[in-house]
Design a protein around this ligand. Structure first.
Ligand SMILES: [Zn+2]
Length: 313
């Protein structure tokens, strides 16, 4: 049986698993990754992969290829992980290093671009050659597929749409230097920033930790919002309006026939329903397949994407 090894490195967890050529996950194991720079991330990948090989092992024989999805900018052709962000820049020839260590051909890519590949090969890409995949998780980024090709840009930095303003003005400064970037309103980091900023103006039962490193729990925000908690209703309204505006802006840019949403914040469908109420029918009239949630398992789309990277498709 021909299989591929996927490695999905997120900010807090590392998923390692084997997928078949149709993108089905055969086996996987989850590891904690913690906060890291690129060198420590490489160490975590090696230690975890050694453990995976010992404790889980291959389904049949050695996988045909290995793919890694990473945070930040990646040169997929040279196999170089360029940077996590401007303050963490330490280019590493990761694909070559992993090939030398494990003897499995290795390809790497950015995590959202990997998820977009998964969507292109195993998801809505089977229906569409012009779609946008928008990942709403800890942050926000998008993958653009235009005429069947994925857009990368001059510095592998295309699709960082989390750092655009969408007409929702709260007064949150973003790490990028601008105010009210959409990910500061509608992503995991945004719910936390906005909850802290708006807390004095709205009553709430939401637990907001004194420790700024401990973010508000999104499920708790959603549950309280459904019960009418004033702060949580405000957070959900702002986030869904921000996402609806982002989607409509992006639709005007690349004229997709499908918009696919993925990531931890949209996977339960609650925000999705609120977004749909706010879309302007005229603006999205050519999005014939709709604004939809991925059919791929949102908790594993990164791993399936890493599998697609391994296949180098
Ligand atoms: Zn920003």
């Amino acid at each position: 049986m021909e299989t591929y090894l996927g490695i999905d490195l997120g900010g807090t967890k590392l998923l390692i698993g084997e997928v078949d050529s149709s993108g089905n996950i055969l086996k996987y194991k989850k590891y904690d990754s913690g906060y890291f720079n690129q060198q420590s991330a490489l160490d975590i990948i090696k230690t975890s992969l050694d453990n995976y090989i010992q404790t889980v092992g291959w389904t049949d024989k050695k996988p045909l290829g290995m793919g890694v999805g990473l945070i930040g900018r990646v040169d997929p052709e040279k196999g170089i992980w360029l940077q996590i962000d401007p303050s963490r820049t330490q280019p590493i020839p990761l694909a070559q290093e992993l090939f030398d260590l494990y003897g499995i051909p290795c390809h790497i890519d950015n995590d959202v671009k990997s998820a977009t590949r998964a969507e292109r090969h195993f998801g809505f890409g089977q229906l569409s050659r012009n779609f946008i995949y928008i990942n709403v998780g800890t942050g926000i980024a998008a993958g653009f597929v235009i005429n069947g090709r994925q857009i990368r840009g001059s510095h592998f930095n295309a699709g960082e749409v989390g750092h655009t303003q969408v007409g929702v003005n709260i007064g949150v400064r973003c790490g990028c230097g601008r105010m009210d970037c959409v990910e500061q309103i509608a992503a995991g980091i945004g719910f936390d920033s906005c909850a802290r900023l708006l807390k004095p103006r709205f009553e709430t039962n939401l637990f907001i930790s004194e420790n700024p490193g401990e973010r508000v729990n999104i499920k708790e925000v959603f549950d309280l919002s459904k019960k009418g908690d004033p702060l949580c209703v405000e957070l959900v309204e702002n986030a869904s309006l921000a996402l609806a505006n982002l989607i409509m802006n992006l639709v005007r840019v690349s004229d997709p026939d499908t918009v696919v949403l993925g990531g931890g914040l949209v996977s339960d469908g609650y925000i999705h329903t609120k977004i749909l109420e706010k879309l302007n029918a005229n603006t999205i009239r050519f999005v014939k397949n709709g604004v939809v949630i991925t059919k791929l398992n949102p908790d594993f789309i990164g791993l399936i994407g890493a599998g697609a990277v391994a296949m180098n498709v």
